[in-house]
Structure formats: structure tokens, C-alpha cells
Design a protein around this ligand. Structure first.
Ligand code: FPP
Length: 253
């Protein structure tokens, strides 16, 4: 069970999986009188720093929300620039990810992505697929509700094929069809940029996740800020529905 694996870390105080909403790039740029895309470029540098920091600290999985299904509503020019940026980041970074034994996974609805981006994603995933170190998950054209719908469709297909009985549809049967599949659920969720929302991110997976919100804009989110979030996580006892006394007993406190 996923919850079991996460609860094992409640005493370890270091999250296995951190999920981040990288918000505030636009405001960071505007405050500097720069075009919004300059904020996204600076945001890429922060994303790279976070991958390195997670590796340094032994955090197994980092999931970054790069583009939501709702982000298509942005001006066409910004969407185009973001897509070009994703292609460039993949082209420039995939070798380094591979050299560092990092496995890249991209989650989200790929059908709407540009063909070149789809190809780069495919290449990067096959190159790094067997790496055994950290996992970096990029959510691109991702939405939590979309994820639940595509999982429901796959469950229905299993039922139609006769592989699964309706009465056997349980949490595990649904979970295995969701995009994160066998990865541990996020222990810690971080959103920068001041908003206190999960914005259709990993809806199913955030059920027991510690939520951390900061006003710091994404390009300014640095080592110290990340360590602040990790300290917040370490100071919170995760109970998974149990009482505080039960958890203390389980941890031998
Ligand atoms: C939200 O800031 C940010 C995005 C929609 C794009 C995030 C993308 C990156 C940081 C690039 C990283 C890419 C990879 C592949 C890791 P915003 O524009 O909503 O900021 P605002 O709220 O200040 O306007």
C-alpha cells in the first residue's frame, strides 16, 4: 500500500517524494520590468537547483508542475514560448540527467503537445528509463481531474476485456492506472507564489500530503527556502487517520 510506504517515512522526517507548483515567474519578471518569459527562464534555473538539491538530500522523487491543462488559456504567444522552452530544456538537460542516473517521467495529456515536444519527451524517457537514482516527474498539460478520468477509462477497459470484475474495483485498481503509477505518493507539496490552492494538481495523490505554501516567487525559491519547507515537514507529525498517541507508539517515542 502506498500509504504504508509513506507512513514509514513519517518518523524519518525526510520526504521521499516532493511535489511542487512553480508559481510566480510572471510577477518576478514584471517586478524587474522584464518580459514574462524571462521569469520562466529564471524558473528553469530554480527547477535545476531543486533537482540537484533533492539528489543531494536523498529525496527519491521530485514532481514539478510545468504546465497545467488550464494554462492553455494564457496568451498564445506565452504558450508558444513555454513550449519552446520545454523543448530547449529537454534538449539541453537530458544528457546531464542521464549522467546523474536520474529517470525522467512526463505525466499529462500528450495529445495536445507539439509533435517536436512529444518526440523529445519520448527520447528522454527511453534514454533515462532504466536509471536507478532519483526520479524527476514533469507534469505537462496535466490536470488531476484528467488523470482520474483517464484512469477510469482504463479501469473500464479492463472490465470490458474481462480482466477485472466490477466488484473488484478498489483503490488499488484505480491507483495503478493513475499517471504516477508505482511511485510513492507525495509526502510534501510546495506551492510558491502566494496562492493557497492545489489548482487541479495531483488530486488523488495529495490525500495525505503535507501542504506547504510560501509567498516566495518561484525564481527566488532557493536552497534556504527549500530547507525551510523541509523543516516544516519535519516538524509535522503525519497521522494517516490515526491518533497522535498511536503514531508516537508506532515510532517508539
Ligand atoms: C507559473 O508562473 C509558471 C508556469 C506556468 C510555468 C512553469 C515553468 C517553468 C518554471 C519552466 C520549468 C520547466 C521545466 C521543464 C522544468 P506564472 O507565470 O503563473 O507566474 P505569475 O503567477 O507570477 O504570473
Amino acid at each position: 500500500m502506498q500509504q504504508g510506504s509513506s507512513s514509514g517515512h513519517a518518523s524519518g522526517k525526510l520526504p521521499r517524494h516532493v511535489a511542487m507548483i512553480m508559481d510566480g515567474n510572471g510577477r518576478w519578471a514584471i517586478r524587474r520590468r522584464l518580459p514574462r518569459v524571462a521569469g520562466h527562464r529564471a524558473g528553469v534555473e530554480t527547477a535545476k537547483d531543486m533537482v540537484r538539491l533533492c539528489g543531494e538530500k536523498g529525496i527519491e522523487v521530485l514532481t514539478l508542475f510545468a504546465f497545467s491543462s488550464e494554462n492553455w488559456r494564457r496568451p498564445e504567444e506565452e504558450v508558444g514560448l513555454l513550449m519552446d522552452l520545454f523543448v530547449a530544456v529537454l534538449e539541453q538537460q537530458v544528457k546531464e540527467l542521464h549522467e546523474n542516473n536520474i529517470r525522467l517521467r512526463v505525466i499529462g495529456d500528450r495529445d495536445a503537445l507539439h509533435a517536436t515536444l512529444r518526440e523529445r519527451i519520448q527520447e528522454a524517457e527511453s534514454l533515462t528509463g532504466d536509471n536507478s537514482g532519483q526520479t524527476l516527474v514533469i507534469a505537462a498539460n496535466y490536470g488531476g481531474r484528467w488523470d482520474c478520468c483517464q484512469a477510469a477509462r482504463r479501469v473500464a477497459q479492463r472490465v470490458k476485456r474481462g480482466d477485472l470484475a466490477v466488484e473488484d474495483i478498489d483503490e488499488e485498481a484505480v491507483r495503478r492506472e493513475l499517471s504516477l503509477d508505482d511511485l510513492p505518493e507525495p509526502d510534501l507539496f510546495i506551492r510558491t507564489g502566494g496562492e493557497r490552492r492545489v489548482s487541479n494538481f495531483l488530486l488523488w495523490h495529495l490525500a495525505y500530503t503535507e501542504l506547504y505554501f510560501t509567498d516566495t516567487l518561484w525564481p527566488d525559491f532557493d536552497r534556504g527556502a527549500f530547507e525551510g519547507a523541509l523543516a516544516y515537514y519535519a516538524s509535522h507529525q503525519r497521522r494517516f487517520g490515526r491518533t497522535g498517541e498511536q503514531v508516537a507508539r508506532m515510532q517508539g517515542v
